[in-house]
Design a protein around this ligand. Structure first.
Ligand SMILES: Nc1ncnc2c1ncn2[C@@H]1O[C@H](COP(=O)(O)OP(=O)(O)OP(=O)(O)O)[C@@H](O)[C@H]1O
Ligand SMILES: [Mg+2]
Ligand SMILES: [Zn+2]
Length: 297
C-alpha cells in the first residue's frame, strides 16, 4: 500500500511536466474489466488508492497524444448501474454462465424432501433447472430486442436457486446497459411501513420506481405480513406494469393458490398474465448442500 502511494506521488510529480503517457492496455493495467469490477470500488479507486493508470483523472493520453477514457471509468459506470439496480454484494456474483447444474443432480440417496413420498425420476430436478435456466437466457435475449417481452416467475422451495437466477438475469442486463430494479419484497414492505406515517413524504420513491422501471425484479414474493395497504400497493405496481406491458421477474416460494390467499386474486391473476412460470426443484436445499461440502472439507 505504502509502495503504491509512493509510486503515485512520484508519478504525480512527474506528471506536472508535460509527458507522453503510454497507451492504456487492459492487460498491462492489471487485468480486464471483470477483475477490476471484483477488486475495486470505483473509478480512480484501487482499494482506497488512486487508479494507477489515470491517477484519478478518468482518462489517459495515448501514444498519439489523444486522451482516451480510462478503463476505471467503465468500472465506475458498471458499479453505478449495479447500485441503481439495488443488487446486493452477494448477488453481483450470480451469473448465468456460472450457474452450477450439479446441485440439481440427484446423487442416488433419497433426499429428505422425498422421504415417504416415493422417489422422483432421476433427472427431473436437472430438467427443471435446465428449463428455468433456458427461460432466463431467453428472457435476457428477448428483452434486449423487445422492451415489452413477457416476464418470468420462479417458484420453488427454499434454497432452490430462484434468487440466483433472478440476480443472474439482472447482472446480464446491467452489463448490457439495461435499467433494472431488483427489489427484495420484505425490504419493500419495510420501506412502505417506514413511509406510511410520514406526511412529509408525498410519494414513495421506491414504489414509483418499481412501477415505471423498464425491468422490475421482485425477489421473495412470499408469505410475509401484508396489510391491506401493502397488498394494494403491490397490486398497483403490477396493474401499472401489466397495462404498460413492462416486464417483471418474480421469485416466490408460494404456490399460485397461496399467492392469491396472501395478495388477492387480482394480483395473482395479473402475475399469470405477465409471467411464464417455472418451478425449480432441487433434491436438497442448495444452502444445505454447500454447508455439507464446507463442513466435510
Ligand atoms: N445453480 C446455482 N449455482 C451456483 N450457486 C447457486 C445456484 N443456485 C443457488 N446457488 C447459491 O445457493 C444459495 C441459495 O440459492 P438462492 O438464494 O437462489 O435460493 P432461493 O431459491 O432464492 O431460496 P429462498 O426461497 O430461501 O430465497 C445462494 O448462496 C446461491 O448463490
Ligand atoms: Mg430467494
Ligand atoms: Zn483510471
Amino acid at each position: 500500500m505504502e509502495d503504491l502511494k509512493k509510486t503515485i506521488e512520484q508519478m504525480t510529480a512527474r506528471d506536472r511536466k508535460p509527458v507522453k503517457h503510454k497507451p492504456v492496455n487492459k492487460q498491462e493495467s492489471g487485468g480486464d474489466l471483470e477483475s477490476w469490477g471484483r477488486n475495486n470500488g470505483a473509478a480512480g479507486d484501487v482499494g482506497g488508492d488512486v487508479c494507477p493508470d489515470c491517477l484519478g483523472r478518468g482518462f489517459v493520453v495515448g501514444s498519439d497524444d489523444v486522451a482516451v477514457r480510462c478503463v476505471c471509468m467503465d468500472v465506475q459506470m458498471m458499479n453505478n448501474r449495479i447500485k441503481s439496480a439495488r443488487l446486493a454484494k452477494e448477488l453481483v456474483k450470480c451469473r448465468l454462465d456460472a450457474f452450477d447444474f450439479s446441485y440439481y443432480n440427484d446423487k442416488g440417496g433419497k433426499s429428505s424432501q422425498d422421504e415417504g413420498k416415493g422417489r422422483r425420476d432421476e433427472g427431473e430436478y436437472l430438467l427443471s433447472a435446465r428449463k428455468a435456466w433456458q427461460a432466463a437466457r431467453d428472457f435476457v435475449d428477448g428483452v434486449m430486442g423487445d422492451p415489452n417481452h413477457i416476464g418470468l416467475m420462479y417458484s420453488g422451495q427454499a434454497g432452490s436457486g430462484k434468487t440466483y437466477l433472478a440476480a443472474a438475469i439482472a447482472n446480464e442486463l446491467v452489463r448490457q446497459n439495461k435499467s433494472v430494479l431488483f427489489v427484495v419484497v420484505p425490504d419493500l414492505l419495510d420501506e412502505m411501513r417506514a413511509t406510511f406515517d410520514r406526511k412529509d413524504v408525498s410519494e414513495y420513491d421506491l414504489l414509483d420506481m418499481a412501477k415505471t422501471v423498464p425491468i422490475l425484479i421482485l425477489d421473495d414474493l412470499g408469505a410475509h405480513n401484508y396489510t391491506d395497504w401493502t397488498v394494494n400497493r403491490i397490486y398497483s405496481i403490477l396493474n401499472y406494469r401489466v397495462n404498460e406491458k413492462l416486464p417483471l421477474i418474480v421469485t416466490t416460494n408460494l404456490h399460485h393458490g397461496d399467492i392469491a390467499c396472501h395478495l388477492g386474486e387480482r394480483t395473482s391473476s395479473r402475475l399469470l398474465q405477465m409471467c411464464r412460470v417455472f418451478k425449480l426443484d432441487v433434491p436438497q436445499d442448495i444452502r444445505r448442500q454447500q454447508y455439507n461440502v464446507r463442513e466435510k472439507g
